[in-house]
Design a protein. Structure first.
Length: 326
């Protein structure tokens, strides 16, 4: 009985010792935490005052405004030059107006063999024909590369991408010989027909990346309902490609409207001149150049670009932002 009592007393003492140690460790941990918390409370927190934040915002906006003025200075100078007489355009530097010469717009509109509206109409025909051809051909080619499986698909896709790096100056001479033999020179056909064959690889690649982001479950659901590739493309894929189609439309409009090189090669008669060719006709290297009229009509020709970019900007941003996202 004495041995059992001793054993019980010894085990109880060991248990009490362990409990005391654990309590002391917990007490010291709480004391350290309280000490560190009190130190943190005493330490002052670094915070930017509202006045400093406001000054930084003002400085940032001033720098952005100055950078914007530097970028649009050529456009402002051209606008001011269109309102100056010809003899003062290069004499008065800067963008400060001392005289207003609205006659430049009247003279520039009727300075060439046809009113400037004639050249605007020619450019509109080429631009809208190119847009329609690119939308139809590039979207069909993109659907084929993105959804169909056919022989030599990967080599043809790589070859298509290689054409992006091919300069237009390399193929312009063979194209001119071909179109001359067909009797298409001095018509709008050389500027529109090649786009019907999906020759703009940039737009094809753009649409391929967009289509790859569309779930294939939609295709499979349409196929279960009995739809073929044509119906899937027209009723499922094409309505979802609005951002990519809008991006293609905007870029095609801008590039075709400002294209001088190709139009200079294939259009030889003043009756077929587009806006870039008409603007170049204001400059005469052998006689007097109508700078005021040219700047005035340049402002007129910029307005369609400004409007289409203004109203299509959200589609452009959405199309570029969602391209390639799966």
């Amino acid at each position: 009985m004495t041995d059992s009592t001793f054993t019980t007393t010894k085990s109880g003492a060991i248990t009490d010792t362990r409990a005391e140690k654990e309590m002391s460790v917990a007490t010291s941990s709480l004391a350290d935490a309280a000490t560190s918390a009190s130190k943190n409370e005493k330490r002052p927190m670094r915070s930017t005052s509202p006045r400093k934040r406001g000054m930084k915002a003002v400085i940032k906006h001033i720098l952005m405004v100055l950078a914007s003025l530097v970028m649009i200075y050529p456009l402002l100078w051209m606008l001011v030059s269109s309102l100056r007489p010809n003899d003062l355009i290069f004499r008065e530097p800067g963008i400060l107006l001392t005289t207003l010469e609205f006659n430049n717009y009247v003279q520039g509109w009727n300075a060439l063999s046809h009113p400037f509206s004639h050249f605007l109409m020619n450019s509109a025909i080429v631009v809208f024909g190119s847009i329609l051809a690119n939308l139809v051909s590039c979207s069909m080619a993109a659907y084929a590369f993105a959804r169909l499986d056919f022989k030599f698909k990967k080599p043809m896709f790589a070859l298509m991408l290689l054409t992006i790096m091919l300069p237009v100056h390399v193929v312009i001479i063979p194209q001119y010989i071909l179109f001359s033999n067909l009797g298409w020179v001095n018509t709008f056909l050389p500027l529109i027909v090649p786009k019907m064959l999906a020759t703009d690889a940039f737009f094809i690649f753009l649409m391929i990346q967009f289509i790859r982001g569309i779930p294939k479950d939609l295709d499979e659901a349409a196929r279960i309902d009995g739809a073929g590739h044509i119906r899937i493309f027209l009723q499922v894929i094409l309505p979802l490609m609005v951002p990519a189609l809008a991006t293609t439309t905007i870029f095609t409009f801008m590039w075709t409207w400002n294209d001088l090189f190709s139009q200079l090669i294939f259009l030889t008669s003043p009756d077929m001149y587009t806006v870039p060719l008409a603007l170049s006709a204001f400059i005469d290297s052998t006689g007097e150049s109508n700078w005021g009229g040219m700047f005035a009509m340049s402002i007129v020709s910029i307005l369609p670009l400004f409007l289409i970019f203004l109203f299509g900007q959200r589609f452009l941003i959405k199309g570029m932002a969602t391209t390639g996202i799966k």
